[in-house]
Design a protein around this ligand. Structure first.
Ligand code: C2O
Ligand code: CU
Length: 479
């Protein structure tokens, strides 16, 4: 197979140095078969109405038809797993069947869910053992673009393919199914045969640096797929970053369009991207509204390394001229934070390579150098690595939390809060859009505010999955 690796390239992101191998530069024999919009993977509905999702081993070619097949872990044998699509207010009932050789659970990322259904192994449920099952049953309060993924040893399980699309439709959808694409982007580390490099999962080098960065990108499990679009017909493109650690930066000129939602939450007005790149951190979603122009194909082009990497194409046919729809999807109603009297909480992030590694506690005791090597704990939130007996803080239900995160590490991080959406708070006090995951650069401080209105135990962690495993995980309680 044709492939030329051009060696190491270095880039600067938010003041920190990331080093990555170049994406494989091959073009011949790619798997890029045209794919109809939407994802159809068998979804068995049991007699009792539950959708059955089996997590188990499977194989897929991630690079090209000529390349080797990768050993993956999949939901119902699909990459991504089956699309779950319901209307707001409908129940989602899923029976997880674990056909893996290790315990697992499913988390419904971004859903302001009932705590018992949040799917966090070791916090909201026991992990489901091999051969075991678990029933998830919830109602999603918000329309929008979400995703589900494994939440036990996520660095390994999500990294091998355990994720899928979760779409909650508005009662009155603006875009029909033919004009609504969900694209889950993923970053893979492939070996010289184009197979997933499984040996390097758990590498302490990755855990203490940028996380597991790959050298190849897929969209909905496909290598360089091509999607048909019609000129003049407005289309919603829901982008999800399922990468373990890669912050994707897309060339906005090659996708076109306007942002209509972040992290599932529709904006009240469409936003023209003025930035140089459309930045989507691990866990984040961005919904675009695109009205393709005749004769101008579109593409997903990753630009963060300085090399332009085209990893999906949109072939535009027809010569129609169109306009955006008269209305946009309606914003969900979320409880606004009350900034007149918030509770101020500071989250001090430390550790990792090239940074300050102060004293760290893990499972109730101070870590020695040997412990660090043995446990792989190299990052801390407020001096504590990973889940502690006590929450980082306990909020009273309805209380407004102003969370000030200070990144005292040499790396960017993507911080995700379960069970809630928050707004970023600018230096001038202006509130940004609702999100469930924010990106913070090295040496930056980011403030977010939210009303703690969902009772339970909620995880707060870096969505760079190696960082989460290596200490950047805590929890809060809302009572
Ligand atoms: Cu998308 Cu705690 O996860
Ligand atoms: Cu991180």
């Amino acid at each position: 197979m044709a492939k030329g690796r051009t060696g190491m390239s270095e880039i600067r992101v938010s003041g920190s140095r990331l080093t990555r191998r170049n994406l494989l530069a091959g073009a011949a024999g790619l798997v890029g078969t045209a794919m109809a919009p939407g994802i159809s993977v068998g979804l068995a509905r049991a007699a009792d109405g539950f959708l059955e999702i089996t997590a188990g081993p499977g194989q897929r070619k991630l690079y090209s038809e000529d390349a080797g097949a990768s050993d993956l872990w999949l939901y119902n044998g699909g990459l991504p797993g089956p699309e779950i699509r319901v209307r707001r207010g409908e129940r989602v009932r899923v029976r997880l069947i674990n056909a893996l050789e290790e315990a697992t659970s499913i988390h419904w990322h971004g859903i302001r869910i009932d705590n018992a259904m949040d799917g966090v192994s070791g916090l909201t449920q026991d992990p489901v053992p091999p051969g075991g099952t678990f029933e998830y049953d919830f109602v999603a309060p918000d329309a929008g673009s979400y995703w589900y993924h494994a939440h036990n040893k996520s660095w390994n399980q999500v990294g091998r393919g355990l994720y899928g699309p979760l779409i909650i439709e508005e009662e009155d959808p603006v875009f029909d199914r033919d004009h609504d694409l969900m694209l889950i982007m993923d970053d893979w580390r492939l070996d010289d045969d184009g197979r997933l490099d499984t040996e390097s999962f758990g590498s302490l080098m990755d855990w203490s640096h940028a996380g597991r960065l790959g050298n190849w990108l897929t969209v909905n499990g496909k290598s360089k797929p091509s999607f048909p679009l019609k000129a003049g017909e407005a289309c919603r493109i829901r982008l999800v970053n399922a990468s373990n650690a890669r912050v994707l930066e897309l060339d906005p000129d090659r996708i076109g369009g306007q942002v209509i939602a972040y992290d599932g939450q529709a904006l009240s007005a469409a936003e023209q991207s003025t930035a140089q790149a459309l930045v989507i951190a691990p866990g984040q979603r961005v919904d675009l509204m695109v009205v393709p122009e005749a004769g101008r194909d579109l593409a997903l082009v990753e630009v963060s390394t300085g090399d332009r990497f085209v990893f999906a194409e949109f072939k535009v046919s027809g010569d129609g001229k169109g306009a955006p729809p008269a209305r946009l999807p309606r914003a969900n109603t979320l409880a606004e934070p009350d900034l007149s009297n918030p509770r101020h909480v500071v989250l001090d992030m430390t550790g990792g390579a090239m940074g300050r590694m102060g004293p760290m506690r893990h499972k109730g005791r101070e870590l020695t150098r040997d412990d660090i090597r043995a446990t792989g704990q190299v990052w801390a939130f407020n001096g504590i690595a990973n889940l502690d007996e006590e929450p980082m803080f306990a909020a009273a239900r309805g209380e407004t939390i102003l969370l000030e995160t200070v990144n005292n590490t040499a790396w960017p991080h993507a911080i995700h809060l379960h069970g809630h959406h928050f707004r970023t708070v600018g230096a001038d006090g202006a509130l940004g859009p609702w999100r469930d995951t924010f990106l913070i650069g090295s040496a930056e401080t980011v403030k977010v505010a939210f009303q703690a209105d969902n009772p339970g135990k909620w995880l707060l962690h870096c969505h760079m999955l190696e960082h989460a495993a290596a200490g950047m995980t805590t929890w809060i309680s809302v009572t």
